[in-house]
Structures are given as C-alpha cells and as structure tokens.
Design a protein around this ligand. Structure first.
Ligand SMILES: Cc1cc2nc3c(=O)[nH]c(=O)nc-3n(C[C@H](O)[C@H](O)[C@H](O)COP(=O)(O)OP(=O)(O)OC[C@H]3O[C@@H](n4cnc5c(N)ncnc54)[C@H](O)[C@@H]3O)c2cc1C
Length: 451
C-alpha cells in the first residue's frame, strides 16, 4: 500500500517538497496530500511589491503552479483547508474546510510542515483599522490595489527593511505621496553598515520619499474605523494607506502545540536533513530556524531562496534519498529604483556582536571601465576578521551591475575564504562589464591591506 505524505502549506517550501517527492516516487508508492488554507498554491510573494507597483501585469503572473497543475502532477492539493492541530503520537492532523466549517482527522506516514511566517503586527491602537495592511499574500496585494483605486493618495510605510523599500518604490510608481517611518537611524539599518545605508537613504530622499528615521510609531488615528493618520513620537503623519513592514514571525504555533521543538528565534528546529525532533515530522521554509554558516547560531532568515532549497531537500529525504541543507549566510538583494543593494554574511556590528574582532573596509569603484558608456558608481564594504583576514561579510550598493556582484562574495564566504584569497581570484574582465580590477577584487584587496 502507498505510504502517505502530508504537507501543511501550499507555497514555496511545501510544494517544493511535494514536487520533489513526486519526482522520486510514483503515486503507487507515495500518496501526497497538501493542505493550504488560501486559495492559491506556489506563488511568488517576492513579486508582490512589483504587482502593486504595476510592473507585473496581474496576480496570475506570479503563480508558478496552480492547484490544478499540482493535481495533474499527482499531488492531491486541497485549498481552503486549514490544519488546526497535529497529533504526533497518533500520526494525524485535524483539518478544517474553511468554506463549509467541516472538520476531519487525517492520517499521515510522513508530515512536512511548511506553514511560512506572518508579518509582525505590534499591539498599537488602531492597527486593525481599514487601510492598515501587511504585504504577505496575493489577497493583501489585491486589497492594497483596491485602496489605490478607491483614491488613496498618502501612504505611510512603517519599517524600512527590504519589503518596506520595495513597497515604497511600488507606491511611488503609482503616484502616491510616500512617507517611510523607521525606528533605526538608517534604512535597512539592521542589515547594512551605516555608510552603505546612507546611500540608500539618499536614493530614497532623491526619489521624493519623506524618510523619517529614528522615529517611533505609537499608534494610528482612525475615523469610522478608517486610518487617517499614523501617530509617531514626533507627531502625526496623515495617511490614507499604511503598510506595515516590520519583519516576520515564523508560523510555529501548530508545531509548538504538538510538542515539536521550537528554537529561541521562534522557528521550528530541524537538522540539516530538515528533520524535526519528532519522528516522521519534517519542516522547511520560513517556519524553521537554520544554521548560520559564519556564527554557527540557529537563526530565522525568511527568504524564498531557502524555502525552495529546504523544501526540495526535505522532499528528497522523505522519498528515501539523501539531501542536506547547508545553512544560510543571509545573502539578499533588492533595489530602490536604480540603486541596487546586496549583502551577505555579517555586518561589522553583527560580527562584533558575534564575538569577532572585525574590521569593516569600504571601497568606491565603478561598474565598468571608467571610459565605457554607462559606467555606474558602486560602493563595496568588506567585513573581515582582523587576526586571520577571514571574510565575514560584504555589502554592495550601486548602479546597474552592482547588486549581483554580491554572489561572488557570497560564494567566497560560503567557502570560508580570506580577503587576500578573494582579492586574488580569477574574475572576468572586459570594459563593458568591469574595470580591469573588478570592484570585488579591489574591495577585497583593500581589506587585505588593512589586516
Ligand atoms: C512582499 C515580499 C517580498 C519578498 N521578496 C523576497 C525576495 O526578493 N527574495 C527572497 O528570497 N524572498 C523574498 N520573500 C520571502 C519569500 O516569499 C518567503 O521566504 C517564501 O515565500 C517562504 O516560503 P514558505 O513556503 O516557507 O512560506 P509561505 O510562502 O508563507 O507559505 C506558507 C503557506 O502555508 C499556508 N499555511 C500556513 N498555516 C497553515 C495551516 N495551518 N493550514 C494550511 N495552510 C497553512 C499559508 O497560507 C501559506 O500559503 C518575500 C516575501 C514577501 C512577503
């Protein structure tokens, strides 16, 4: 008889696992059932800001695989079904059909938890008002678009992290007056060192964003249940639309209630094969903690790149193969209009907090040979261990061609290279693509000279 794999969560992690297990096992060997509380599967949340901004034509464009396509692939996807409890001793889950309210108990042989994360929503007065939104799902994006059509003119984005920046850009594209309120002294201040973040702030202000740094939100003023202003420690800001972008919290409550071990960072604890501490229960994606390759700490880094890889590795293992997830560096990339922003590993502050004697060295460079049309300025910051010269992290901000250079540094970091080794790497050169000394080589060489 076929064994039964049950998946909770029908997006990146869950459906990667399901698809991989299906590639390796036929329906006769493995039945796969996936429960998703929403009505879509396998969609790119990463594209939501660009959908709101009008760069992506419509929500369907963000869907990689519909429930019907998964079903045709032999995966029994049940949308609008929420799992409300796991009984790990009995190997069952309780499922609620959201449209009928009907409840059922379903048996599994293997269970994969891919429940993702939720946006942090502080208990501020008025946070439930109409017009105060998160941007996590296609439904959130649809609601935001309804607010725009209904005439929202003044938007306030709370939080200047990746999502805050991306949605600020999208709302500017839609012609709104945009204010971004951030508690830290810099946009992306949690993931960039100060001199790099200053370039981001400058780009935002130059684009017309009213950037309020070092400003604490205290609540919202509403009239008839609708947002009219964001209250801050330095006075109110009028608003028709508010987007909260304060980071995430892993959806680990189901697991916790079932006695599955959850870590200090709030994510489900898994080993490098994505096994939880509970027999035949696996977890992947935004709901888990991962090992940081530089600090060794267990961290939550909620990115689609990890969710897909973890899901695939879990699917391989569940189907009897052997795959590991190698950990995270926190490599990420975004842009604000023409400014590309990439980072990997530790900032100088994070490195010091982790106990490294670290130095940070910033280098200004050009994306192409200085005489070649279209050369763009870029700035690279290298963080290294002072004693050994080991690379600990890197950040890049700059024009076209800057951002993806972070992947070279992420590769070096993944392989525990020193800055001297990075400075001597054989990187490509031709005038349309880089100066003869690529900015990565220049920056690593400069850092090596300070060690
Ligand atoms: C606006 C935005 C932009 C982003 N940009 C990037 C980017 O540029 N690059 C990048 O790498 N990452 C990006 N991310 C992060 C990326 O989208 C996530 O890391 C990824 O979607 C995580 O996949 P997941 O499957 O773990 O979780 P999710 O995508 O959150 O999927 C979890 C699913 O589980 C379902 N679910 C939860 N609980 C239950 C339950 N009890 N029963 C049934 N179903 C349940 C949810 O409805 C959801 O569909 C972005 C995210 C957002 C929101």
């Amino acid at each position: 008889m076929a064994r039964r794999l049950m998946i909770i969560g029908g997006d990146a992690a869950g459906m990667s696992a399901a698809s991989q297990a299906r590639r390796m096992k036929s329906p006769d060997e493995l039945e796969i059932v996936a429960f998703e509380r929403g009505s879509r599967t396998s969609y790119a949340a990463c594209g939501l800001p660009y959908l709101v901004g009008g760069l992506v034509e419509g929500p369907d464009k963000l869907v990689a695989r519909t429930p019907e396509q998964h079903r045709a692939n032999g995966i029994d996807v049940r949308t609008r079904h929420a799992v409300t409890a796991i009984d790990a001793k009995a190997s069952t889950v309780t499922v609620s059909e959201l449209d009928t309210g009907r409840e059922s108990v379903e048996h599994y042989d293997e269970l994969l938890i891919g429940t993702g994360a939720s946006g942090i929503s502080p208990p501020w007065p008025g946070i439930d008002a109409k017009g105060v939104l998160q941007l996590r799902t296609l439904d959130d994006a649809a609601e935001m678009q309804r607010q725009l059509v209904a005439g929202a003119r003044r938007a306030v984005v709370v939080g200047a992290g990746y999502i805050g920046l991306e949605i600020a850009e999208g709302l500017l594209e839609r012609g709104l007056d945009v204010t971004v309120v951030e508690l830290l002294d810099a946009p992306m201040g949690a993931v960039l060192d100060a001199d790099m973040a200053a370039d981001v702030a400058e780009a935002m202000r130059a684009a017309g964003v009213n950037l309020r740094l070092g400003t604490a939100v205290t609540g919202f003023t509403t009239v008839d249940g609708r947002i009219t202003a964001v209250e801050t420690a330095s006075g109110p800001i009028e608003a028709d639309l508010v987007v909260i972008g304060l980071g995430i919290r892993p959806n680990a409550d189901l697991a916790r209630a079932a006695g599955i071990r959850v870590g200090k960072a709030g994510g489900i604890l898994v080993d490098d094969h994505l096994r939880t501490d509970t027999p035949r229960v696996w977890a992947a994606g935004d709901c888990v903690e991962s090992r940081h390759r530089i600090t060794g700490q267990s961290v939550v880094v909620a990115l689609g790149t990890h969710a897909n890889k973890q899901g695939r590795a879990a699917g391989t293992n569940i189907a009897g193969g052997d795959a590991t997830f190698g950990g995270v560096l926190g490599t990420a990339i975004t842009r604000f209009r023409k400014l590309e922003i990439g980072r990997t590993g530790l900032t100088e502050r994070e490195a010091r907090d982790a106990g490294f004697d670290a130095i940070g060295v910033t280098t200004d460079a050009s994306s192409r040979a200085h005489y070649f049309p279209g050369a763009q300025p870029m700035r690279i910051r290298i963080v290294a261990q002072r004693r050994t010269g080991r690379l600990l992290g890197a950040q890049i901000v700059g024009g076209e061609g800057a951002g993806k250079r972070i992947d070279v540094l992420a590769t070096a970091l993944w392989n525990y290279m020193t800055v001297a080794e990075v400075g001597g790497m054989d990187l490509s050169y031709a005038p349309p693509f880089s100066p003869v000394w690529d900015p990565v080589l220049l920056a690593a060489g400069k850092a090596a000279s300070k060690i």
